[in-house]
Design a protein around this ligand. Structure first.
Ligand code: GLN
Length: 456
């Protein structure tokens, strides 16, 4: 199995650009050891997996898509990597991503362009675009992504995959290179809902090494996916979020996307679900709130990249002092979007502006959480498109950050509130995949899988 995927990578990836690092010898060595141990076929043993390059892997280059980490080989495994290793999966390689997970198209990677297998002139989504392209093109059976504001769900939607952002705190962040710590979550990207559930079960559950980890048992998800596949949703209450593509809120949404989403809702109704519209007024403010909170946290998290501790160091020639070396390293090591976020975040946190920007954004975050609470008083799940549009052409938004940020319109509310959300394919528009998003209350990830499986 590992050999088959390595062959496909060798044949296709020069063009596709989904991986940053593949070590065929190491992968085959591991696969052979599992064959010899005779465990292949028990659980996930022997199944290959690709990891987004934001996941720290012992002795395996980890860059988070940035020049500043070029050449860094971590001395330890992040929990997600460790759990997959303990399950005897085979690491195929590390996948491309927007630098430090900042982006929606993978075009902010310092290393390479990743293409959408459905149309090589289009983006595969981001920031987990290497993972989405690899799985969609059959260069990995499944992959791990991370989602801060949509980076699992959006690339999954744009490449026809299932992608789930778990409840915040339910998958360990230990050994994920931090972007925005109050938002980051790792999760599965797969071709089927059941696959996603199985991969999620392997990485989820409490971890004492992450102080925000929830002390709850590993969720039972595969069973929910199997149950959902039965197609009986009688008694399930579904709320369509008006603010995410509903009446009066269709600006920026493609007609084809809204049509596929309406068809998916009709299918849910046909399976016995009770559908109504739910209004979540604060969702309109999710985008500006996110683009204050995430850069603020990033500006603090990225201060560790100082040219001393990891990776790149520039100008250390004996004539320059420490400050100069740090400044030169950061100047050359970070790309434009990362610098934009650091500047935005530093500004939003600076004295005199803190209350006006960061403080306001935190208040909006509370309002969004309250909208979810009120919504889940009326319905079991909330639904929307995953993205306002299908995959856009490469290069079409790189010079317009605000247009790029709009790709996250539908995914940001669940991120800000920490609730689980899944994207499941719901058909094509102009020959390109459309994603349907299902959001549930915190720790009810099983509901996302159940409803998604019913639609599959
Ligand atoms: N596109 C969003 C951003 O650029 C979300 C990224 C993510 O979820 N990692 O911040």
């Amino acid at each position: 199995l590992t050999q088959a995927y390595l062959d496909r990578i060798a044949a296709e990836d020069a063009e596709l650009g989904s991986y940053l690092h593949v070590d065929p010898e190491a992968a085959l060595g591991r696969a052979t050891a599992i064959d010899e141990a005779g465990t292949a076929g028990t659980g996930l043993a022997g199944i290959p997996v690709a990891l987004k390059d934001v996941v720290v892997t012992q002795g395996v280059p980890t860059t988070s898509g940035s020049r500043i980490l070029e050449g860094w080989e971590p001395p330890y495994d992040g929990t997600v990597a460790a759990r997959l290793k303990a399950a005897d999966t085979v690491l195929l390689g590390k996948t491309n991503m927007d630098e430090f997970a900042m982006g929606s198209s993978t075009e902010n990677s310092a290393y390479r362009v990743t293409r959408n297998p459905w149309d090589p002139e289009r983006i595969p989504g981001g920031s987990s675009g290497g993972s989405s392209a690899a799985v969609a093109a059959g260069l990995a059976p499944w992959a791990i992504g991370t989602d801060t504001g949509g980076s699992i769900r959006q690339p999954a939607a744009l490449t026809g995959l299932v992608g789930h952002k778990p409840t915040y705190g339910s998958v360990s962040r230990y050994g994920l290179i931090a972007f925005s710590s109050s938002l980051d979550q790792a999760g599965p990207m797969a071709r089927t809902v059941l696959d996603a559930a199985l991969l999620h079960e392997a990485i989820g559950g409490h971890d004492p090494l992450d102080s925000t980890s929830i002390d709850a048992p590993v969720p039972v998800l595969a069973e929910s996916a199997r149950r959902g596949a039965g197609g009986d949703l009688s008694g399930l209450r579904v709320g369509i979020v008006r603010e995410l593509g509903g009446e009066g809120h269709t600006d920026g949404y493609e007609e084809g996307v809204l049509a596929r989403v309406a068809e998916a809702v009709a299918l849910l109704e046909g399976m016995g679900a009770e559908v109504r519209e739910v209004s979540c007024p604060a969702f309109d403010l999710a985008l500006p709130a996110y683009y204050l909170i995430a850069p603020s946290e990033a500006s603090s998290n990225l201060s560790r990249f100082d040219g001393v501790r990891y990776g790149l160091r520039v100008g250390d020639d004996g004539d320059r002092d420490l400050d100069e070396v740090m400044a030169l390293t950061r100047e050359q090591g970070f790309g434009a979007e990362v610098k934009r976020r650091i500047i935005l975040g530093t500004y939003a946190l600076s004295s005199g502006y803190y209350e006006a920007y960061y403080g306001q954004a935190q208040k909006v975050r509370t309002l969004i959480s309250r909208d979810f609470t009120a919504g889940f008083d009326q319905v079991d799940v909330l639904v929307s498109p995953t993205t306002p549009t299908v995959a856009f052409p490469l290069g079409s938004r790189v010079d317009d950050p605000v247009a790029m940020y709009a790709a996250d319109l539908c995914t940001l509310p669940a991120s800000l509130a920490g609730v689980p959300a899944i994207s499941v394919p719901c058909g094509l528009s102009d020959g390109l995949p459309v994603g349907f998003q299902i959001m549930a209350p915190a720790l009810a990830d099983d509901r996302c899988y159940q409803v998604a499986a019913a639609l599959e």
